[in-house]
Design a protein around this ligand. Structure first.
Ligand code: GRF
Length: 218
């Protein structure tokens, strides 16, 4: 079997996407192993799950750093000796410096709860509902210094249903995130997804499934 890529997951909170990645990596055929879970918040509930799964965890509290540069340097100083090859942001609520983003260029991915480039930033579900869109979803992308930008690896679409609230819509999108993010990490870790001219090329791509039409045709 080829070498599995060593991945660090960066979290700030509940870590349900981290859990999805950890579960995927428990298959020995998965091309990535989760070598580290790092949180900027000591209280992140996801830490307990990672510890229970036997994964090394680490807290680097941004509040104990005077600048973003020093915080990012501390993260980098943890990742390198841990021989991390890929970084997966999973609900990590800090904006990284340009220097850190460049150092991990094309080796750091994120999951965002909208169909980018629509609805960058926060409150994506509220804004999608306010706009009356019929299809919403999530995106996994390589990280760039501009927030929620960067070459798109994969996207999942979900219907917006009559009577949806931000909570019901967010639950539907989150379930899609849990499928999409392990898929995106697999594509990157296996070398099937790579960046060319700021777009992601997927090698050996098969036909996508039927279009999601909402409301349905019948
Ligand atoms: C997810 O919706 C993710 O897309 C966004 O932050 C949320 C994190 O949730 N970036 P969790 O911590 O993975 O449960």
């Amino acid at each position: 079997m080829s070498e599995r890529k060593r991945v660090a997951i960066l979290i700030s909170g509940r870590g349900s996407n981290m859990k999805a990645l950890v579960e995927a990596s428990q298959d020995p055929a998965y091309p990535a192993e989760i070598a580290l879970v790092l949180s900027n918040r000591p209280s992140a509930t996801g830490l307990a799950y990672a510890e229970g799964a036997g994964i090394s965890t680490c807290v680097i509290d941004h509040k104990s750093h005077a600048s973003r540069e020093s915080f990012d340097a501390a993260i980098d100083a943890k990742l390198r000796p841990s021989r991390i090859e890929l970084v997966a942001l999973a609900g990590f609520m800090r904006i990284m410096t340009a220097g850190f983003v460049e150092a991990w260029r094309d080796r750091m991915i994120n999951i965002h709860p909208s169909l980018l480039p629509s609805y960058k930033g926060l409150y994506t579900h509220e804004r999608a509902l306010a706009d009356g869109v019929k299809i919403h979803g999530c995106t996994s992308h390589f990280v760039r210094h501009d927030v929620d930008a960067g070459p798109i690896i994969a996207q999942a679409a979900v219907p917006v249903l009559e009577g949806d609230t931000p909570d019901t819509l967010s639950a539907r999108v989150l379930a899609a995130e849990h499928q999409l993010y392990p898929h995106a990490l697999r594509l990157v870790a296996s070398g099937q997804a790579h960046v060319r001219d700021e777009r992601v090329i997927i090698s050996a791509q098969s036909m996508a499934a039927a279009p999601l039409i909402n409301p349905p045709l019948r």
